[in-house]
Design a binder for this molecule. Structure first.
Ligand code: NDP
Length: 449
């Protein structure tokens, strides 16, 4: 961990006191505050207006009961969340996560990070996040539909295309978004396409949204390597996870000439030294809703499934953690560094622990934080909102071109901000500061609200 500036320390102490037990939230706040020393030194007006304190406190936090019935008629009660964190730059924007680990602290950490990520994209979107401790795994389509309908029956009153616009995240994909949108439409009697992003193509979705987070992450690595005239071409790449972000990170890395040799899920990982067969992976995960062990089996002798282990034991040049928070520890980082890793980019949100990030920094490994490296998803969500507002639908080529331009521009802005604030090559500082300054200036302009 880095030290906190003396003007910033009391803000962190207040966050700890006011939000006890929310370890991931503390971690996310600390990681941002640690990099803001040079900003408060340069902008005393932010300190005077208590902007740091205000940004750390969500504008609104909604917690609600979600009752539903399973296929046998048994009643279940889950908890739903939506944290509307900051609307200085636009409507609250951020995904919904359905996973048993979801609690208020997790949603707050994700919502807090989302503010800065959305700001660095340069798009007019605020920050928010939501979800439930519901586990869609092993549930029938009918059960998932009943859950989504109950969830949206409460959540709909807080949403709107100009107010709060959710999307998917872990456990919330095309199926869940369809059920959520259907219920919103039914309750409000409005075909309000811009109220959710990640929609199906035939009902208001945008091309490249499904692919955007993973593709964007691959583009970001390519940009980082490009600073020294290197590229992904010929490099071995480790990807963790096998969900939406992981699959499309694999696809784009391979299109850019890299060879992805791993994917994983919570039961273990696959090592496929010839390179992951992405079409087979899509079939297993997106169509059959299977596991990576099924992928290994279908690959015959070419791939090996290793249960209960992480991909970071496998040697590789580049690592892309694309599963979940704190999945890559200081020990994993030491293994990766010993194996010669040159670049790491976070496809997931906060997948690297503070110890891992410090180890990468000290070893001179290029490190792209999620706020920059996985921002392609939300940026393309903002493009989906644009298309919905103008009742337009862009081609694949145009949409992908826009994503590429956005990731290029985002990398440039983060890189230059780090240099401007005396931290050349530090993408963590660059992303935090670029995002913070944009939000802080808008908040100053809006007065004390
Ligand atoms: P998915 O639900 O599609 O996939 C999640 C993957 O991560 C699965 O392979 C899952 O394995 C694995 N995983 C989830 N939780 C755990 C856990 N506790 N331990 C080990 N493995 C786990 O989610 P996404 O791909 O959409 O999201 C992945 C990450 O990317 C998240 O951090 C998310 O916040 C972030 N992100 C997503 C964006 C998007 O557009 N989807 C945008 C920006 C960030 P299993 O099936 O075994 O649970």
């Amino acid at each position: 961990m880095r030290a906190l500036d003396e003007k910033v320390l009391p803000v962190y102490e207040t966050v700890l006191r006011r939000n006890p037990g929310e370890q991931e939230f503390h971690q996310a706040v600390r990681e941002v505050l640690e990099t803001l020393g040079p900003v408060v030194a340069k902008h005393p007006e932010y300190v005077e207006a208590k902007l740091l304190e205000r940004i750390c406190e969500p504008e609104r936090q909604i917690i609600f009961r979600v009752p539903w019935q399973d296929d046998r008629g048994e009643v279940h009660v889950n908890r739903g969340f939506r944290v509307e964190y900051n609307s200085a730059l636009g409507p609250y924007k951020g995904g919904l996560r359905f996973h048993p680990s979801v609690n208020l602290g997790i949603v707050k950490f994700l919502g807090f990070e989302q503010i800065f990520k959305n700001a660095v994209t340069g798009m007019p979107i605020g920050g928010g996040k939501g979800g439930s401790d519901f586990d869609p795994r092993g549930r029938s389509d009918a059960e998932v539909m009943r859950f989504c309908q109950s969830f949206m029956t409460e959540l709909h009153r807080f949403l709107g295309e100009h107010t709060d616009v959710p999307a998917g995240d872990i456990g919330v994909g095309a199926r869940e978004l369809g059920f959520l949108f259907g219920q919103y439409k039914r309750i409000t009697n409005r075909y309000e396409s811009g109220v959710l992003t990640g929609k199906g193509l035939s009902w208001g979705g945008a091309r490249v949204r499904k692919e955007a987070t993973g593709y964007g992450c691959a583009y970001f690595v390519q940009e980082m390597l490009g600073v020294d005239g290197r590229s992904l071409d010929g490099l071995d790449v480790l990807v963790s996870g096998s969900g939406n972000v992981a699959i499309y990170a694999v696809e784009k890395v391979q299109a850019l000439g890299g060879r992805v040799v791993t994917v994983s899920d919570s039961s273990g990982y696959v090592h496929d030294p010839d390179g992951i067969d992405v079409e087979l992976l899509k079939q297993v995960k997106e169509v059959d809703r299977g596991r990576v062990s099924d992928y290994a089996e279908l690959r015959g002798g070419r791939a090996r499934f290793v249960p209960d282990r992480q991909v970071w034991d496998v040697p590789g040049d580049v690592a892309l953690p694309c599963a979940t928070q704190n999945e890559l520890t200081g020990r994993d980082a030491a293994t990766l560094i010993a194996n010669g890793v040159i670049a790491v980019a976070e496809g997931a949100n906060m997948p690297c622990t503070p110890e891992a990030i410090r180890a990468f920094r000290e070893a001179g490994v290029l490190f792209g934080p999620g706020k920059a490296a996985n921002a392609g998803g939300v940026a393309t969500s903002a493009l989906e909102m644009q298309q919905n507002a103008s009742r337009d639908s862009w081609t694949w080529e145009h949409s992908e071109q826009r994503l590429r331009e956005i990731m290029h521009e985002l990398h440039r802005s983060v890189y230059e901000t780090a240099e401007e604030y005396g931290a050349p090559g530090d993408y963590v500082a660059g992303a935090n500061i670029a995002g913070f300054v944009r939000v802080a200036d808008a908040m100053l302009a809006h007065g004390l609200i």
